[in-house]
Design a protein around this ligand. Structure first.
Ligand code: GUN
Length: 286
């Protein structure tokens, strides 16, 4: 039997329609949500992500700008730009596209973004709020999209065993927190985990966020598992593939996200949701 495909692209489209309708209402109140994205350097993947984020904003009627800075930009220059955006009342969301060049300390930059404009949910204040379950935290976009897609399958997370493979600050760690909030029993695995297969085989829900092409093969998965593939790996042929061996695993799983067209579009949709929330919060609109 083959798995049902979880159509992230279609779900993201639905979310964008909802955001667009809310943006129209906000405009009637004189507020146009605005996202500013800073891109430092010339990383081709980052350039294309940033372009897509700006396009998404336009499609839902938000203002957006991409601020491109040279690879040689100093930490002080980048900090000054972040501070300028913190002060700009027309900017509701600030996103510094990662990775940034090695000579700049990523932590210093993330800490400088006003938590109220941190639509990535990477600032320690928002991370802490997420950890203790405060409602006004900005949740990081990819994990938020992951949970939404699991719910879309009709799976009740309560009491289920969710296994997350990967412990990054962007995906693995926050995804485990959000799954816990949904009352799942969560196991976080990573590159140092011994007997990984034995653990992933116990999963009702498997979230793969390791960044290694096709690492999760059919022998990591038990029948009936919901498989969410966060990986976007460019292989030699130029093709974009996930962390999951889709062809094989889709024969076993109950539901599976494709790559592309699964988690990726959801990350972008959630960024729009967070930017909308930021605009509403900053202007005191419920
Ligand atoms: N680089 C890869 N994913 C992300 C993301 O979600 N946010 C930012 N700022 N940079 C990224």
């Amino acid at each position: 039997m083959s798995a049902q495909i979880i159509d992230g692209k279609a779900r993201a489209k639905e979310i964008k329609e909802e955001v667009k309708a809310e943006v129209e209402q906000l405009k009637e109140k004189g507020v146009v949500p605005g996202l500013s994205v800073i891109l430092v350097g010339n990383d081709p993947a980052s350039q294309s992500y940033v372009k897509m984020k700006a396009k998404d904003c336009q499609e839902v009627g938000m203002n957006s700008e991409v601020i491109r800075m040279e690879e040689s930009t100093s930490q002080e220059e980048l900090l000054a730009e972040v501070e300028r955006l913190n002060q700009d009342p027309n900017v509701h969301g600030i996103l510094v596209q990662l990775p940034i060049p090695d000579h700049i300390d990523e932590k210093v930059i993330i800490n400088a973004i006003a938590p109220s404009k941190d639509v990535d949910g990477f600032h320690p204040i928002n991370v802490g709020k997420m950890m203790i379950g405060e409602e006004d935290a900005y949740l990081p976009c990819t994990p938020r999209g992951v949970v939404d897609l699991i719910k879309l399958t009709g799976t009740d997370l309560k009491g289920k065993h969710a296994v997350v493979v990967g412990r990054s600050n962007i995906v693995g760690k926050p995804a485990s927190m959000l799954l816990l909030k949904e009352h799942a029993t969560v196991t976080v695995c990573h590159s140092k985990t011994t007997n990984l297969k034995e653990i992933t085989k116990q999963a009702d829900i498997l979230v793969a966020a390791v960044g290694r092409a096709h690492m999760i093969t059919e022998d990591f998965v038990s029948p009936g598992t919901v498989v969410i593939d966060v990986g976007t790996n460019r292989i030699e042929s130029g093709k974009l593939v996930g962390d999951v061996d889709y062809e094989k695993v889709s024969q076993i799983a109950s539901h599976i996200t494709p790559v592309p067209g699964g988690v990726g579009p959801m990350t972008r949709a959630m960024l729009l949701m967070n930017t909308l929330d930021a605009a509403k919060t900053i202007h005191g609109i419920k």
